[in-house]
Every structure is written in C-alpha cells, then in structure tokens.
Design a protein around this ligand. Structure first.
Ligand code: SF4
Length: 409
C-alpha cells in the first residue's frame, strides 16, 4: 500500500469509528428519551384518572396543579424524543457514508488493530512518511533524546528533500536548568530550521502557586497543561499558514524512548493523535527514536558532534526541570549539589514555595530534607566537580569523549 493510501485509510477508519460511536450515542439518547416519555405519560394518565375519580376539576386543587405539571413534562418529553430521533437519523446517514470502511473494519478492536498495522507500515518507511507529510513539528526539550530525535528527523527530511517542512517548538517552563531555551534554539539553527519558543503563562512555579500543590506522577499537570496544551494552537496556526484546501498531514516528533520506562515501552513508534486530529489535519505522533538505547543516543551525539546541555556532564541523566516531580531522592540531592556548585537560586526558590503553599514537593519527603542532605554530602565530600565531555566519557569511554570534544571545539 502506498504511503498516501495508508494515511487516507487511517483517516477513513478514524472517521468511520467516530460515526459508529456517534450512532451508538444517538441510539442511547433515543432510548433514554423514550423512557422519560413513558414515565411522563404514566404520570399524565395517573393525574387524569385521579381527577376523574374525584368527580371533576377543581382548578384550585393540588391534583389539578399536578395534572398541569404532568402535561408540561409530557410535552417536553415528546419534544426530546423528536430531537433524539432526528439526531439518530443524521447519525445513521453519516454511518451510511462510511459504510465501506465500516464493512471492512466493523468493530472498535478491528479498527484499532487496522490502524496500528498501517502506522507500523508507515513507521518502517520514514523517508516516504516525511515526503507525504505537509508539516513536521519537532517538540524539543533540548535534552539528549530530543536532540537525537531532531538529528534523525532532519536526516529523513533531507533524504526526502523536505527540510522546508520541518519546524521546531520548545516550551520554556521557567524551571529548567539555565541555558535550555537558548540551547534549543541553537540546536534548531544548526539545521537551519525555524524555531518557536512558547512560554506558558506563569510557567511551572506559577502553576504550583495557583494550585497550591505540586504535580505528581498521577496528576502530571506540568506536562499536560504547560507542554501539551500549548501545542494544539501552534499546530492550528501552522496548518492555517499552509493554506491547503485538503486535510494536512502533520508529524509531531517526540524524543520518547521505549527503554526509559515501562509505560513508554508500550508506546508505538507512530501513533494517531486523536486529540489534535480533525477534519483539516491528520496529526501523527512520531516517536522516531523509540527503539534506541541510551548508549545509542550518546553514540549519535558523539559521532555527529551534537551540542548537548552541560548538565549531563554533572552526572544527571535527564535534562528536566531543576527539580522534577518525577525524580527520586538521589537525583534531587545531586541536582541540589549542582545548584550549589553553580550558585543557582533554585533550592531556595523551590523550598520557599514549598513552605508557602504547605504542600510537600514529594509525598515521602520535603525539599528541605533534600537540601539538608545535599549540604551534608558537600560538607563530607566537598562540592561536586565535573569536566566538559564527562557525559560522553561516562557512556562511551575517554576516546569517544576526546573525539567529541575535538569535533565540537
Ligand atoms: S521535567 Fe518533571 S517537573 Fe518539569 S515538566 Fe517535566 S515532569 Fe514536570
């Protein structure tokens, strides 16, 4: 199947699924409206019979008021049934227009399976995928995985002669290590790709202050509200700028690797973004480095002389917020010691916020405890030190680090 046909089929399955869901919902609404109508009719008969049995209509009696209310309810229920039936009719005609896809993919399970097979096929042919796309957005944190995802996306785009389709977007939460937005921009500029910096209102600390709570693994509002939500409007603007008179194909590239966690291992290389997809854009999330190990990521960085953030040289393995709500105590203690070494204000700023809102940064410990532990370790071992290239040295050995430094100086 050609790439274009696969993309068309994915959207046809999506639309057919939506139509089938809408039909089921409309059927349910008709049943509900009919039940309500039946109950209203029973009430109407009840008060009608009651008044008849009482021998007539005393308009001032409570029974007469109840009869009037029952008449009103009955009329409203009739109207509801008519509306629900009209909606069902519309849904039925939409289902009819998707009949070929629904015959081929009749159930939700078969539709999901069919979509997954097509997406796997597309992910196997990245150059064709890039050629078929109208817009390729790289969402970068400027961390090592985003960096390699960008490098590989650019390689596929160059091979397809489509570098002009690629754009980079970075969300600055204001709580990351110094130099992150500037590095994200430099990483994009290396390939001559347009770069957009998004700064959500209030950033990470503003969100915590407003909610009087830190996010956690279950309520990861920092990523959903501050990183994911701003993406939709950006895609809308960029798709509008394309000025297409058909549905745009958008690839949303992320530096997600399966080896990072059990939940990430379950993600597909290419997935349909049902939240952002609409009639005018088909958005696919492209986890282009999903299959890479950490070692392979560093190999890509070293052999291509890609500029990574110096925070990796300190021993921290993720370029996240200075204090990440998902990090464990060891990581947070090391981050604090790095802050001490760099004379950064973050430990004090975060600890003050923790005190002010009266909510502990992590369920099991406070940031104050982390800072105290970091101070103790600094007192015992002295401040931590690191050298440029230590991250490559740690992962690939001294020769690779020397080669990397020679490439980047
Ligand atoms: S790095 Fe951690 S704290 Fe910062 S946005 Fe991501 S998950 Fe939230």
């Amino acid at each position: 199947m050609s790439t274009k046909n696969a993309l068309r089929t994915i959207d046809a399955i999506r639309c057919a699924g939506k139509a089938a869901d809408a039909y089921r919902t409309a059927q349910h609404a008709v049943r509900e409206a009919q039940d309500e109508h039946g109950a209203a009719q029973a009430q109407l008969h009840h008060w009608h019979d009651h008044i008849h049995a009482m021998g007539g209509t005393d308009r001032a009696s409570p029974a007469y008021s109840a009869l009037l209310a029952a008449v009103q309810e009955h009329q409203e229920a009739e109207q509801k049934v008519r509306k629900a039936e009209a909606r069902l009719q519309r849904a039925a005609s939409t289902v009819q227009s998707h009949r070929p896809a629904l015959n081929r993919y009749p159930t939700g399970r078969i539709r999901r399976r069919g979509t997954a097979v097509l997406l796997e096929h597309l992910a196997d042919h990245p150059v064709d995928l890039v050629r078929a796309a109208d817009l390729i957005i790289i969402q970068t944190s400027s961390g090592k995985d985003s960096l390699v995802a960008m490098h590989r996306t650019v390689a596929a785009a160059k091979a397809a002669g489509c570098l002009h389709k690629v754009r980079v977007m970075h969300c600055d939460l204001g709580s990351e290590w110094p130099g992150v937005p500037e590095l994200a921009r430099r990483q994009a500029e290396r390939y001559g790709i347009p770069f957009l910096l998004v700064t959500p209102d209030g950033g990470f600390l503003g969100m915590v202050e407003n909610r009087q709570m830190w996010p956690d693994a279950k309520r990861r509002l920092c990523t959903s509200t501050l990183k994911r939500d701003p993406t939709g409007p950006v895609i809308t603007t960029w798709v509008r700028e394309l000025g297409l008179d058909r549905q745009a194909i958008v690839l949303n590239v992320m530096g997600v690797r399966g080896a990072e966690s059990a939940s990430r291992a379950l993600k597909a290389r290419l997935a349909l973004d049902t939240r952002t997809t609409s009639a005018n854009r088909l958005v696919l999330t492209w986890n282009i480095i999903h299959g890479l190990s950490e070692q392979e990521v560093w190999q890509d960085i070293a052999s291509n002389g890609l500029e990574y953030h110096p925070i990796y040289d300190t021993g921290l393995e993720r370029l996240s917020c200075v204090y990440c709500v998902l990090a464990g105590p060891e990581w947070l203690i090391l981050a604090t010691r790095v802050c001490f070494a760099l004379e950064l204000p973050h430990p004090q700023t975060f600890a003050e916020l923790e005190r002010r809102i009266g909510h502990s940064f992590k369920q099991d410990f406070t940031l104050n405890a982390i800072i105290a532990a970091a101070r103790m370790l600094d007192a015992l071992d002295g401040p931590i030190t690191w050298r440029c290239g230590d991250a490559v040295r740690r992962h690939l050995g001294p020769a690779a680090a020397d080669q990397y430094l020679a490439l980047t100086r």
